[in-house]
Design a protein around this ligand. Structure first.
Ligand code: ADP
Ligand code: MG
Ligand code: ZN
Length: 639
């Protein structure tokens, strides 16, 4: 793998980089040239067809001979088979003869004597040469040429489909050349991610000035793994590293490796590494590497073989190149837990950079970055939007901004207002409003009470998040919704918070049962979410009294048919105990909710009736209802 001679390498690099942008220009020039030649041919052949029988008067050879005899003809010019006779009165007439025969012979055959002939000036214009042949052959050549060009254009298009970025190799990696200004991303375009940027600036430094590192004998990591939730900007950061360092950036996603037939994934990897080495310094970026990098072994069926070959090839290539090669491999994943340990070994992706969801300040920065291209009304306050969007990823914030702009455009406004952005938050959280989804009177009443139940329980319980908004306009799949937001950003969640959260989820269920004496399918999602949370409390977080501090969650280790299978690692008895604990948590929560709702029945009616009337209760209004009924709303603690 390391057999390249430095000189050759450098030369190839130049050729390669020149080739990338210029190829298309050359191609388009060539095809333009061919097309103009074709048009020229076409015009010439049409011309030659029309030009031959121009409106000049025709005479036969015998008539011409007669005219020569009586001395009426001044001169004759012969061009191949065409005869052009100019009469004494300057009239021009044309005629034809056999091409092979001589004009004097032809005329004397019609009885013209040499003396009569000598009075006429005869000029013979034998047209040979290139254009003559071209003209004569054009009716044949034209269709042949046409077909040839057609075939050529077709094959070019087929080839061009996959290989626009670079011409050789079959790797489908997209290349961003270092001088590509349009696609260039730098650290400035990435908000937040401070630690990640710090880590990565070391790599940038190395790519910019590798000598400094080599001289001191430092080894630069070959592989860097970016880990983080979807949409946190992993792909963006990788691009930014290339942009900062000004090096070529090859990017390919794991699924692209796998997409094709057996054996191709591995050869693509080989190709990709080879090309990258030629143009070094370069970054190879493998996005969504978990698609190929899952734990090997335990595979059934053919699908995994291809994946394993690809993964093996990645490992081989990574081992194969020297640290002096100036190629850095970056990869991104949101499932680091399923990656094959071989990938994470020293010498491979041993540098790991975690990218967290943005906090409040970062969110504001991200919003600012994406607001640059949009005109905003004066009332826009991005800090408020950032505050209301905990848990949003960079990608969510990006689409929030976009949705805001779409809303403004749909209402024919030139500027995006704060209200547009606020509405977009809910749209992204809950899906679009379905105003057309009309609830019957009864359904509306049930939904109103259901949501009022949630809101009431959330407001009374000390550890539940405060209610931000209640609505019975259906959104996505929910008939109504109660939006609650944490007072502040949290990294840790406590048992009490979980318990109150479950009780609040059951608020809707309890209310329906209590008020209407019946149950609908409405609370099904509430039940699902809260039961899952209760189970996690027992099996993951050690929050159950009876089972204590153990993790009983099935470990996701074995990969079966490409999917992780949960494997139970506890006995039947423990399983039964878990179920018992979960149902105890649920029962307690149910009781708590029931108690609160029967205690505050009056308030429940007030909230529900207000909802039926107005469909939506906003934060401020809800707080004043609470205060009027003797409940102190939760406020942000002053820090
Ligand atoms: P990932 O690869 O982690 O799933 P991406 O890098 O594809 O996420 O991010 C998607 C989009 O979200 C980016 O193109 C960018 O517009 C936006 N984005 C995400 N994180 C950030 C950030 N920290 N700063 C600015 N924009 C961001
Ligand atoms: Mg990505
Ligand atoms: Zn509900």
């Amino acid at each position: 793998m390391a057999k390249q001679k430095p000189n050759k390498k450098d030369k190839r690099k130049k050729i390669f980089l020149n080739k990338v942008p210029k190829k298309n220009i050359k191609n388009s020039f060539l095809s333009n040239f061919v097309i103009s030649i074709l048009i020229l041919f076409f015009v010439i052949s049409i011309y030659s067809l029309i030009g031959n029988n121009k409106s000049k008067e025709k005479i036969s050879i015998s008539e011409l001979a007669g005219a020569v005899k009586v001395g009426k003809v001044k001169n004759i010019s012969v061009k191949n088979g065409d005869i052009k006779a100019t009469f004494q009165n300057n009239v021009v007439k044309i005629s034809k003869k056999e091409e092979s025969s001589n004009i004097t012979d032809t005329l004397s055959a019609y009885g013209v004597t040499p003396t009569e002939l000598s009075k006429v000036k005869i000029s013979i214009n034998q047209n040979s040469g290139f254009f003559y042949w071209l003209l004569n052959l054009s009716p044949i050549l034209f269709p042949i040429l046409f077909i040839a060009v057609f075939i050529w254009l077709m094959t070019r298009q087929i080839k061009g489909a996959g290989m626009q970025a670079f011409s050789f190799g079959q790797s489908r990696a997209k290349l961003t050349a270092p001088d590509d200004q349009k696609q260039k991303v730098t650290f400035k375009d990435v908000a937040g991610c401070k630690e990640a940027k710090e880590e990565l600036s070391e790599i940038v430094d190395f790519l910019k000035n590798p000598k400094k590192f080599f001289e001191i004998g430092a080894r630069i990591p070959k592989g860097i793994l970016l880990m983080g939730a979807p949409g946190t900007g992993k792909t963006l950061l990788a691009r930014a590293v290339a942009g900062e360092a000004g090096v070529a950036f090859f990017s390919i996603s794991g699924s692209e490796f796998v997409e094709m037939f057996v054996g191709v994934g591995a050869s693509r990897v080989r190709d990709l590494f080879q090309v990258a080495k030629k143009v070094a310094p370069a970054i190879i970026f493998m996005d969504e590497i978990d698609a190929v990098g899952r734990v090997r072994g335990g595979g059934l069926g053919g699908g995994n073989d291809e994946r394993e070959q690809t993964l093996n090839q990645i490992l081989v290539e990574m081992d194969g190149f020297e640290p002096t090669e100036k190629v850095i491999i970056m990869a991104a994943t949101n499932r680091p837990d399923v990656l094959d340990p071989a990938l994470l070994r020293p010498g491979r992706f041993d540098r790991r950079v975690t990218i967290d969801l943005p906090d409040r300040a970062d969110r504001e920065e991200i919003l600012k970055i994406h607001s640059k291209t949009k005109p905003f009304a004066e009332d826009v306050n991005l800090a408020v939007i950032a505050e209301r969007t905990p848990g949003f990823s960079g990608a969510d914030l990006y689409s929030l901004m976009n949705e805001g702009a779409i809303l403004a455009a749909r209402e024919d406004r030139k500027k995006v207002s704060q209200f547009d952005l606020v509405r977009s938050i809910e749209k992204i959280m809950l899906g679009p409003e379905r105003k057309s989804h009309i609830l019957s009177k009864k359904e509306k009443e049930i939904t109103a009470y259901h949501e009022a139940g949630h809101a009431l329980v959330a407001s009374v319980l000390p550890y539940a998040d405060p209610v931000h908004k209640i609505s019975i306009i259906s959104r996505g799949r929910a008939a109504g919704y109660t939006l609650k937001l944490p007072i502040e950003e949290r990294r840790l969640q406590s048992k009490n918070e979980f318990l109150d959260d479950i009780a609040m989820s059951l608020g809707g269920y309890v209310t329906e049962k209590m008020i209407f004496g019946d149950l609908t399918t409405g609370p099904s999602n509430d039940l699902q979410v809260s039961t899952a949370l209760a189970r996690d409390m027992v099996t993951k977080y050690g929050m159950s009294e009876n089972l204590g501090p153990v993790v009983l969650e099935g470990r996701e280790g074995k990969v079966l048919l490409g999917r992780g299978m949960n494997e139970k690692e506890y006995s039947e008895e423990v399983g039964a105990l878990i179920d018992k604990e979960v149902s105890k948590i649920m029962k307690d929560a149910h009781q708590k909710a029931e108690q609160i709702i029967s205690e505050h029945r009056v308030l429940l009616d007030i909230i529900a009736r207000r909802l039926i009337e107005k469909e939506t209760i906003e934060h401020g209004e809800f707080e004043s209802i609470l205060i009027a009924n003797g409940i102190q709303p939760k406020r942000k603690e002053e820090v």
